[in-house]
Design a binder for this molecule. Structure first.
Ligand SMILES: [Zn+2]
Length: 304
């Protein structure tokens, strides 16, 4: 019984990660949302006031799984995080408990990456591991944020209250990534861009004006699709104040998920995106904060 209970979530997470590679565990509390740092996330140039139209927030993220064969090369991973940071991108990492407990240099990677401005989301394949993963990050000298990086939409209600592990409490506030059906079959992943507060597991795509959990849609994670979204916004296709998209890189290959695009293509992508005055670089958590600051206007955008 126990093995079944543990195996199913693991299978679901594994499949979800292999496909979209994006899950985390968050909690946006009032203090976090009211953080003065919000104002410094993406200061709008005076020539482009926020009220002038949509802002497209781009985040970058990576998931490190529990299986050692999928772990990144330490130095190459840190060098990559340095490179994307130098490009002006904002990045987050979500590591499952296997890596947090088993990687000898986990503390070094967490601390050095945080010094670069990288944030640590909570990504686990088992609901019960989320508070443990957050706790482990703190034990390794890091500061986990409130982002649930990946989940089944059926886990929504379980994320509505603080989670605990050995007396440590971690409160999800932001939901990123996710899948609609076990097995991660085609069509299961929710690849929408944009933000909203999910009403319920059954009506996950419906915005709840009174909702507290914030869904940050990552889109397809592909560079070309983010560029296409930017072109659409430039053409006036949307009027939502805040729109989100996340590019995702596999830590062991340092390439965009399901793509051959690496740091060179990401650098070119950054140059192209920076040509749009409405593009901002922010972490998943920072995007949620910007969305709150802008009035919580739902901006779910379906993507192919
Ligand atoms: Zn995973």
């Amino acid at each position: 019984m126990k093995s079944m209970r543990l195996f199913l979530p693991f299978l679901i997470v594994t499949l979800a990660c292999s496909f979209s590679n994006t899950l985390a565990t968050p909690t946006l509390s009032a203090p976090t949302l009211a953080d003065p740092a919000v104002d410094s996330v993406s200061p709008a140039p005076t020539a482009v006031p926020v009220s002038s139209g949509p802002l497209l927030y781009i985040s970058g993220t990576s998931h490190i799984e529990s299986a050692p064969k999928s772990w990144p090369d330490h130095d190459a991973f840190l060098a990559f995080l340095q490179q994307v940071t130098d490009l002006g991108l904002r990045w987050s990492v979500g590591a499952d408990v296997g890596w947090l407990e088993g990687e000898p240099r986990a503390a070094e990677i967490i601390q050095k990456s945080e010094a670069l401005g990288v944030q640590w989301d909570v990504h686990t394949h088992d609901t019960a591991d989320r508070a443990k993963a957050a706790w482990l990050v703190t034990q390794l000298g890091g500061h986990p944020n409130s982002v649930v990086s990946g989940m089944l939409v059926t886990e929504l209600d379980a994320m509505r209250q603080p989670l605990t592990y050995q007396g440590y409490t971690w409160t999800p506030q932001i939901l990123w990534g996710g899948t609609n059906c076990p097995g991660h079959r085609p069509g299961c992943d929710d690849l929408a861009a944009g933000l909203w507060s999910p009403l319920s597991s059954d009506q996950y795509q419906v915005h709840d004006p009174n909702g507290t959990l914030i869904r940050v849609g990552g889109g397809t994670h592909q560079l070309a699709d983010a560029l296409a979204l930017a072109r659409s916004i430039s053409a006036g296709a949307y009027d939502h104040p805040v729109i989100s998209f996340t590019i995702m890189v596999v830590p062991s290959t340092l390439r965009i998920v399901e793509s051959a695009d690496g740091i060179e293509q990401i650098a070119d992508f950054a140059r192209q995106m920076n040509a749009y005055p409405f593009v901002r670089w922010a972490t998943i958590e920072e995007i949620a904060q910007a969305w709150v600051q802008a009035g919580r206007i739902p901006s779910r955008i379906e993507m192919p």
